[in-house]
Design a protein around this ligand. Structure first.
Ligand code: ZN
Length: 322
């Protein structure tokens, strides 16, 4: 018997206006977005700052956080008091602020029990010559404080070339900034805690500047971390699947489909984002073939059995560590 409660779940994205945002979420991805500079599409999110509603299927009318709290069988085996992941697409027309995120321990103590934020970026598009900032060059807190106070940004910040198809891991404590001309799919812990180190002295529409968080930044920067020099993906693709990142918070993979591809379901749930092409997605328990295309995001719930993808498309998937 098909079970529609175990069908694929399609959250409705939540959009956020940002000073650095553009219009590509509409022109490149086909989303209906509000007016203004829209920087972020929260595609799979149960975070209170953007809790995706479900519009169709057995769970229509629920939000993702509601499913986590009240229908946890859909995430069987996943622990924790909140849905742990957040999948975003970012359209950076202009530079994001230079920022750093805390780890779980610091966020729990200083940010009302929030999660810390480990994140990673799959670059969907980049204008020629684009670079991004990952890592900083101060050796200790004192040196970093001096570089910030004196505005020695070129000495302090590590720039890396950024091309479509690159992948970057951003550990907690890593200074980073996405730069203008970049579209990114971000997989991250479900957290919205950002410490802004530098905002390019920008003013908002009302003339004000956005707040900086220098003391917190100095607290959380990992002074021993090695900054990367490239985001080129060197992992070997096996049967269409490339491992992009394994860490204590999530596993991220790129899945290329050309024809038919069946993914077994050892995970508690799977987040899927189609970043190129089109096709269909169907899980074994529900048996409903959903048309999907670039810009589609869906969750495969626990107990749904194997996921069958057909067509010509590329996806980024994420799940909790097995
Ligand atoms: Zn960040």
């Amino acid at each position: 018997m098909p079970n529609d409660k175990l069908d694929l779940i399609f959250p409705v994205p939540v959009f956020h206006e940002k000073i650095w945002g553009g219009r590509k979420l509409e022109t490149d991805f086909g989303y209906q977005i509000p007016d203004g500079p829209i920087g972020e599409c929260w595609a799979i999110s149960a975070h209170p700052n953007g809790d995706c509603p479900i519009a169709e299927g057995a769970w229509a009318g629920h939000t993702l956080s509601d499913l986590w709290d009240n229908h946890h069988e859909l995430f069987a085996g996943a622990e924790g008091d909140r849905f742990p992941l957040l999948i975003k697409i970012l359209d950076a027309r202009d530079n994001l602020s230079v920022q750093v995120h805390p780890d779980d321990a610091y966020a729990a103590e200083h940010e009302n029990g929030s999660l810390g934020k480990r994140e990673c970026w799959y670059v969907l598009g980049a204008e020629p010559g684009t670079r991004i900032i990952i890592g900083q060059r101060a050796h200790d807190r004192e040196e970093l404080a001096a570089m910030i106070a004196e505005g020695r940004w070129d000495d302090m910040l590590n720039y890396v070339p950024c091309n479509a198809g690159d992948f970057f891991r951003i550990e907690p404590g890593t200074v980073h900034a996405i730069m203008g001309g970049t579209e990114i799919l971000e997989t991250q812990q479900s957290s919205d805690v950002t410490y802004r180190v530098y905002d390019f002295d920008r003013r908002q529409a009302d003339g004000s500047t956005r707040p900086l968080h220098i003391q917190q930044s100095l607290d959380v920067v990992d002074y021993a971390a090695q900054a990367p020099t490239s985001g080129e993906v060197t992992a070997v693709e096996k049967d269409g699947v490339t491992d992009l990142m394994d860490c204590p918070n999530f596993t991220v993979e790129r899945v290329r489909v050309d024809g038919k591809k069946v993914l077994d379901a050892p995970w508690s749930f799977l987040c899927c984002s189609v970043i190129e092409g089109e096709g269909t997605a169907v899980d074994a328990a529900a048996g409903v073939a959903h048309p999907v295309a670039k810009g589609s995001h869906f969750l495969v719930p626990a107990g749904s059995g194997a996921l069958t993808l057909e067509g010509k498309m590329t996806l980024i998937t994420s799940h909790l560590p097995l």
